[in-house]
Design a protein around this ligand. Sequence first.
Ligand SMILES: [Cu+2]
Length: 498
Amino acid sequence: MRPRPAGLSRRGFLGVLGGTALAAAGCGQYAGELLVGKAPTPEPFRVPLSIPQVAAPVAPGRYEVTQRVARVEILPGLRTEVWGYGGTFPGPTFELRRGAPATVRVRNELPVPTSTHLHGGVTPSDSDGYPTDLVIPAGGHAGGHAGHAARMTHPGEVHHEGARDYHYPVGQRAATLWYHDHRMDYTAPAVWQGLAGFALVRDEEEDALPLPAGERELPLMICDRSFGEDGSFLYPRNHEGHDAAYMAGVEGDVILVNGAPWPVAEVTATRYRLRLLNACNARRLNLRLAPGGRFTQVGSDDGLLAAPLEHDALPMSPSERYDVVVDFSAYPVGSTVTLVNTLVDGAAGNVMRFVVARRAKDDSVVPKRLSRPPERPAPVATRSFDFRRTDSGWTVNGRLYRPGDLLARPRLGTAEVWRLTSDFHHPVHVHLAHFQVLARNGREPAPTDAGWKDTVDVRPYEVVDVLARFEGYRGRYMLHCHNLEHEDMAMMADFEVI
Ligand SMILES: [Cu+2]
């Protein structure tokens, strides 16, 4: 391992780290730097898969959730302190319906401020989880917190004391969304500590499809974590800010699905719908089924495809989602099917296992026509966004993020081509605007780029053109790298829909 320079502030990490380490990381499949855990590695495929609880409304269209510290068993026999929505990791799943607005009151009982972003949500600007729009912990704890420096305040910071309401009109198509913390400078450690969950939007178009449902529809949040000897989450952040050894991003050595290490799920020999989410801070995945098999993709980040697509492998950068159907009747009863990540050898190359337990009746079908997604509108402008490490850090168009600095002012109701370029692996996420990938390096995008998306994997020295639709609301939004360490190190930019 490289020696770790001590005590570097967010803006002080430069200079210390030579170009060599980054160059080495950039040319491989690894987006981040591995943090080696100290707890005994659990035996894979022993812990049963669990499905997050569905949030119950307190009144029609109204939810309340409290962010709090909890101690949960993740590694068998050990306790891990998590920061969870509802005290769970993942947080509860919000089942939303198109056309049914929802208000979620988030109460903060954590030792730190928070800001909640509904990822993929077409949300009014003031409920979008802007990084300086903060819920200050109940009891007025607005200062520093254990192990971290006293909190900097940012110009224009907004404070909600103890709790606030987020308003979600839910005017969008059925899709697999997720929510997570989005606070300025601290998103990566807060999400690592557990602040993430699913939000599933459903609609009539989806209801009419005979896709697998009920117990045969599994939301699967995949993330990596490293653990201390006592079972605590390890995270390489020193008292002054980011640890420069992890400038590329933090990768854990234990793979969790819905908060369980390398879990196992019993399935019947029927079709299952898997809603896959890469919720890792920095780790990219390339998912396959072993001993073989195909994924039938029915949806992308932000909704159902027009028609299903077959894939042998699913490349997933942080925050991308794939909505797929796997037909377990293709495997003998009694056999096992393992979801693997082919980008890495060893334990972290496993994700989870399915055991095909018995035959069962299956009325589900994947129809040839799934939905009528919005057409691609004609673009009215082209803009370029370059994601790059410069002498000042991780930048967008050469700039470190400053709240309020606008890089673009697209018009509501129009579409634009956004050209995304990079020097490294940068999963680029755009708030509000859904997009389609038009081209990679001037050529046809990959079959796995299909559909309306909000996050695209921009690989080292790649040029990715996307067509973004600015629909829904005027106001201030952002685009940023969803490698959460890059994001915290200022690889973000604001735009305003006018
Ligand atoms: Cu990045």
